[in-house]
Design a protein around this ligand. Structure first.
Ligand code: T4K
Length: 371
């Protein structure tokens, strides 16, 4: 068996010669950032593709999330999931907001609406939920709670590019949603991100926030930041967008092969896709159950010996990190489902160019580890 490394993901890069004409246009124009033509074109192409009212591009998903929290004027406490990438909670803390962790649903691994209400206090201003692995949250239940208590809802939709739930694009839910276009994502601008806004007024406010709060040469309206995406990133996005449906279809084929092959291996339970009318197969998470003799970490190490670099997204749990673990809501006894998920989940490699030969290497290695 060859040991050529297989990583959890690989960016799908277009042929370089297809990118060069975009670069020539940028070079010719001399406009390389600050909302040039590529940036404008990508915003409208994405709004169209994703069927959302407004897109505001950012330099990465984290700065998009930080800006989203800022423009909503949140204060005090925000209820969130501990089962996510650390950027979710860091963005709260970076804004001076107090994260309050609530447990997750055992099937979807998203915030459990039944656990949100008990965490609401007079200081709560919002719910920050994550569509983990691209599986939509229970948006109806979350938004009903928010409406009852006058809270804002922000969705960290970093994983949810192109995902539809029962009523169309999942990105149309909440006050704001954010996307990540990092190199490891389904749709990438190398580094990048966006806020999905419900109307032009909100988009204008977001656009100012990412450009220092500037309104005109002589007016600065608010304390903004520099969150802008540059023209080269935006051009890359325009090119990627031409192929994104093809990429998602290729991911779906990889996922279907895993589904079939892993069904016969006891103790390896794929995290079900749930609530999606259209999935994006951003990740292929499985739960390594106690019945799998060597356990999750044993399997992770065994795969590494074969040159297969799966990832334990999301371990360690954010609430167990040194800067968060002393929060009252971080107590593991309040987060039993999240703690169990963090100990069991393993994300297997999935990306459009994963060959069947390489996927068979992964499947066979898991099969051997199960003996
Ligand atoms: N919210 C959520 C829920 C998120 O998951 C994320 C990011 C964010 C917010 C923040 O969005 P950004 O600010 O990042 O736009 C990765 C990504 O860096 C991160 O974007 C992502 N989530 C997170 C889940 O995964 P790492 O530290 O695991 O990535 P890294 O560099 O180890 O890459 C994984 C594998 O991918 C590598 O082993 C090899 C391969 N790879 C990676 C890169 C960067 C490549 O083949 N080429 C590449 O250029 O965090």
């Amino acid at each position: 068996m060859t040991n050529t490394p297989i990583f959890v993901t690989r960016p799908s890069l277009p042929p370089l010669e297809e990118f060069l004409p975009y670069l020539e246009q940028i070079w010719d124009s001399g406009i390389v950032t600050n909302g040039g033509k590529m940036h404008q074109d990508l915003e409208s192409a994405l709004a169209n593709h994703l069927r959302v009212p407004q897109v505001s591009l950012f330099g990465n998903g984290t700065i998009a999330l930080m800006a989203a929290l800022k423009v909503l004027g949140l204060t005090g406490e925000v209820i969130t999931t501990p089962f996510s990438f650390v950027a979710t909670t860091h963005a709260l803390k970076w804004n001076g907001l107090e994260p309050v962790f609530a447990d997750i649903d055992p099937v979807t691994l998203n915030l459990d609406p039944a656990k949100i209400e008990e965490r609401i206090t007079p200081r709560t201003s919002a719910i920050l939920a994550v569509h983990c692995y691209g599986n939509p949250c229970d948006v109806d239940a979350i938004e009903a709670i928010a409406a009852r208590h006058g809270l804002k809802v922000i969705y960290d939709a970093a994983h949810a590019f192109g995902v539809d739930c029962h009523c169309g694009s999942v990105l149309n839910h909440g006050d704001l949603s954010i996307l990540s276009f990092h190199a490891t994502k389904v749709f990438s601008t190398l580094e990048g991100g966006a806020i999905i806004a419900p109307n032009i007024k909100m988009k204008e406010c977001i656009d100012r926030s990412k450009n220092f709060g500037i309104v005109s040469e002589t007016e600065v309206e608010s304390i903004g930041i520099n969150g802008k995406m540059n023209e080269v990133q935006a051009a890359f996005g325009l090119l990627q967008l031409l192929r994104v449906d093809e990429s998602i279809a290729a991911r779906a084929r990889v996922a279907a092969r895993y589904d079939a092959a892993l069904a016969g291996i006891s103790g390896i339970d794929p995290v079900p896709s749930s609530g999606q009318l259209r999935a994006n197969h951003a990740y292929y998470p499985v739960r390594v159950k106690p019945s799998f003799a060597m356990g999750r970490d044993g399997l992770y190490e065994a795969l590494r010996k074969y040159g297969i670099f799966s990832r334990r997204y999301f371990f360690p749990l954010i609430s167990s990190l040194p800067m968060y673990r002393d929060l009252p809501s971080a107590s593991p006894s309040n987060l039993l489902t999240a703690c169990a998920a963090a100990e069991e989940v393993l994300c297997l490699p999935i990306y459009p160019d994963l060959s069947e030969v390489d996927q068979d290497r992964i499947i066979n290695a898991i099969g051997e580890a199960s003996l």
